[in-house]
Ligand binder design. Structure first.
Ligand code: FES
Length: 155
């Protein structure tokens, strides 16, 4: 396992932005997730060797942040904010709605590997809650109708 030529080049560029190799761990984990889809134990080990950092430290960082996937996810990773502002604006009912609609529970992926549903901490859209993220796109002021619209476009 190793980075493609293109990712390796991005990695070298990332390293130049930091005074110490270890400081580039987060962007390197992003690159690894982009390249390999998720941060398996094998990927964590690879990043640790690449960055000359003990693997448990890399694992600690990878598991601390919810934006890093520790398991394979579907083509569309739906991450719904479950923090205070969103909770006060009824996100729990929307999560239930998504579970019914996708026929999966939180933490699961649809059998066709299209959707994974997760709940996460604040996405920074508190003033327009409830909010969710699907891959790199953010959606706020969610309602059932809005969710229908969004999912319809992903089909
Ligand atoms: S609490 Fe949900 S976006 Fe901040």
């Amino acid at each position: 396992m190793e980075f493609s030529k293109e990712t390796r080049k991005k990695f070298e560029q990332v390293l130049q932005r930091y005074p110490r190799k270890e400081a580039a761990l987060l962007p390197t984990l992003y690159l690894a997730q982009e390249e390999f889809g998720y941060l398996s134990a094998e990927v964590v080990q690879y990043v640790a060797e690449l960055m000359e950092i003990p693997a448990p430290r890399v694992y600690g960082v990878a598991t601390f942040y919810t934006m890093f996937n520790k398991e394979p996810v579907g083509r569309y990773h739906i991450q719904v904010c479950s923090n205070v502002s969103c909770a006060l604006r009824g996100v729990e009912q929307l999560v239930e709605y998504l579970k019914e609609k996708l026929k999966i529970n939180v933490g699961e992926t649809t059998p066709d590997k299209k959707f994974t549903l997760s709940t996460v901490e604040c996405l920074g859209f508190c003033d327009n809650s409830p909010a969710m993220q699907i891959n790199d796109d953010y959606y706020s002021d969610l309602t059932r109708d809005k969710i229908d619209e969004i999912l319809e476009k992903l089909k």
